[in-house]
Design a protein around this ligand. Sequence first.
Ligand code: GDP
Ligand code: IMO
Ligand code: MG
Length: 429
Amino acid sequence: MSTLVIVGTQWGDEGKGKIVDLLTGRADVVVRFQGGNNAGHTLKVSGEQIIVHLIPSGILYPDTLNIIANGMVVDPSVLLKEKESLQQRGHFLKDKQLLISDRAHVIMPYHRIIDHGREEFLGKAKIGTTGRGIGPAYEDKASRMGIRVGDLLRPDILDQRVRSALDEKNFLIEHRFKLAPLDPGQVVEEYLDYGQKLAPHITDTTHVLYNRISEGSRVLFEGAQGTLLDIDHGTYPYVTSSNVVAGNVCCGSGVSPTKIENIWGVVKGYSTRVGQGGFPTELDNDLGEEIRRIGGEYGATTGRPRRCGWLDLVVVNHSVRLNGLTGIALTKMDVLTGISPLKICTSYELDGQLIDRVPANTKDLERVVPRYREVKGWDEPLGLCRSYEDLPKNARDYVETIEHLTGVSVNLVSVGPSREQSILRKSSF
Ligand code: GDP
Ligand code: IMO
Ligand code: MG
């Protein structure tokens, strides 16, 4: 048995897709267990860039099984478009490369309308969601009103469940958001059609995973978003609507906690955030803009500019503890070339007191003053480094400072977006 979980340790976009694609070379199965097409995971192989939103990042390997597990919310129209676009580029040529859980929840058109409508009403207080209907779909799951992927194959059940949901949603759509109500018949017809198209992929994936793990397959679990966007442990209310932390691998895919062996957190060498919410180390200045430009920090899903700032180890250590990280994959080190000194946030000051935890209250998070350790930068470009020894001394010191201050080994250093721009130092997977 060999299982490895990859999670984001910051506010998402740490480079999880790149790391999962790289490690899929050693995996038999890749599983997404939460979130939906709010995610944008970028893969770069042989000069080609591919962004996946729903399909796991193992899809570029023709013999790896990819699973969209029960904890995800799936927009079938997006999934079908993603499949088609991958196929046009010569990938995902076999249906058996992807299985979708019959228990995963479906994002319906009314979820997208409600997501947008609410954000508009909130105005300045908006969350800054991706507008993909993620929150409303998870709400319906919790309120037992959701439509599941398996329902798309059952015309009677789908009809009854869509009508019952629309009874309530159309009230909101018409009276709160002042839009035309949705026609249940049309929605059912459209979604039955999606069901037919997705049918070859739909199954009880929990059972498949159980068997594959029992047989000794090597399984990679691909997190989406980042720990600070976790609905319980993130910067509530500026979070996503699912649990992002490694613990949710088990609920989100039906795998027992006793089967999880390794958990790596992806740490970007600096911090970024898309959407609203506290961000103590944000650089709202020329340097922040420079990092955005060099790092190409624009949302892979919405294209929004990402807010940039110094590496925040209060945040990373929050993730170390919550996920029980056994290793770190450190990304985008190349982006820091030429910036000196570099600052690493090691604690916050709140009302005159030093704290090393992320406060629960968003107002407190907005008020904290970050305390920094300054370290020397380096001028050498890192994109061609292929071994740890190739890195300049100050870059190695940066890596080792992170190891020292988190107590977690940096097992992988990434020096560019491409698969080969990776230095694998240790791996038990
Ligand atoms: P994810 O959501 O965590 O998968 O990350 P995204 O794909 O949204 O954003 C990460 C961005 O950084 C993508 O454009 C990647 O191609 C890119 N990337 C990943 N690792 C590195 C790296 O080490 N250096 C550079 N320069 N870019 C990287
Ligand atoms: P990956 O997997 C960065 C953010 C949104 C918003 C908040 C809630 O690519 O790292 P939602 O649409 O989920 O209700 O939006 O969460 N967000 C992400 N930020 N990377 C992501 O995914 C994100 N997924 C959601 O910007 O602030
Ligand atoms: Mg992303």
